[in-house]
Design a protein around this ligand. Structure first.
Ligand SMILES: O=C(O)CCC(=O)C(=O)O
Length: 288
């Protein structure tokens, strides 16, 4: 447990009732600088291939290089430093308090929401990454001060509690990127609250929690965030890259990293399935 971190029971009960927890000082100033530098190195192609990425000009300004991106999926597959950021003591302390002693990670995303870039429509992460025991959780780490103006996360407190996955559909709202939206849920936009965070702080949120983000207005600069997804290691993960279907019941995605405790399925080994790639955006017609 890190200094100043409340008791595990308090964390668990807050998470249970609201569906999210703030982790102040998730990254100390040195770790924050490392994560920011790593974001730039990734965007410059210095950590290896990212599907869909364009080569950065040698003389191009860092900020201009970053502005070409919206989101890099699975950066932890090529960046040891971002993987390190995902397994910090603060992550282990919070995740083991709210999920259990055995934790695995299966996804990371690096959002680079520069001025004018869109947000992401209402969704629940478990609708996209299905666990067997509703244990999915995300840790969203602010790499810049995240504000309403530059497109911080918004959550609907308690919306995870019914344990229902709401339907999803394509949406064509220019405020949002190409990902689908959840609809027909019993909450209004007015029920949502913004999660404004100083750089280095993080929010841990439940996989059933409805959340979204709005575009960056450009008035508070760039909004970078690193998001990592975790779950209980006891649950198998019926999640496969498109086209790699297997009979239900056998599905267990094994491109995972053990973050805490033991993996009861270690006998299966791990797999290298996911490759870093860019999120499709509207400029590209939302195609992948
Ligand atoms: O950072 C954002 O703009 C959206 C993040 C998000 O919705 C997620 O991590 O599931």
């Amino acid at each position: 447990m890190t200094a100043g971190f409340p008791l595990r029971e308090v964390l668990a009960s807050e998470y249970d009732s609201r569906g999210y927890l703030i982790i102040p000082d998730y990254l100390d100033p040195a770790a924050l600088e490392i994560a920011r530098a790593e974001a730039t190195a990734l965007c410059r192609g210095q950590r290896g291939a990212i599907e869909g990425a364009r080569p950065a000009g040698e003389h191009e300004d860092d900020a201009d290089v970053l502005r070409h991106y919206l989101c890099i999926h699975f950066p932890h597959k090529i960046s040891a430093r971002l993987l390190e950021a995902a397994r910090r003591p603060a992550a282990v302390a919070a995740l083991t308090a709210v999920i259990g002693p055995n934790i695995k990670m299966m996804q990371s995303m690096l959002f680079i929401k520069s001025e004018g870039k869109p947000g992401q429509a209402w969704h629940q992460d478990e609708a996209h990454i299905p666990t067997r025991d509703r244990s999915l959780a995300g840790i969203w780490i602010a790499l810049d001060n995240a504000t309403v103006e530059n497109g911080c996360l918004w959550v609907i407190p308690g919306s995870h509690r019914p344990g229902v996955l709401y339907p999803v559909r394509d949406q064509h709202d220019d405020r949002f990127d190409c990902t689908q939206e959840a609809y027909s849920f019993p909450y209004r936009d007015e029920d949502a609250i913004p999660v404004e965070l100083p750089a280095g702080a993080a929010v841990l949120f439940h996989g059933y929690l409805l959340h979204r983000s709005l575009p960056n207005t450009g008035r508070h600069g760039m909004r970078r965030a690193l998001v990592n997804h975790y779950m209980s290691a006891e649950s198998v993960l019926p999640w496969f890259p498109p086209g790699e279907g297997q009979p239900m019941g056998l599905l267990d995605h094994r491109d995972i990293v053990l973050i805490a405790g033991e993996d009861p399925y270690a006998y299966k080994g791990t797999a290298d399935l996911m490759r870093p790639h860019l999120r499709a955006d509207r400029d590209g017609g939302c195609a992948r």
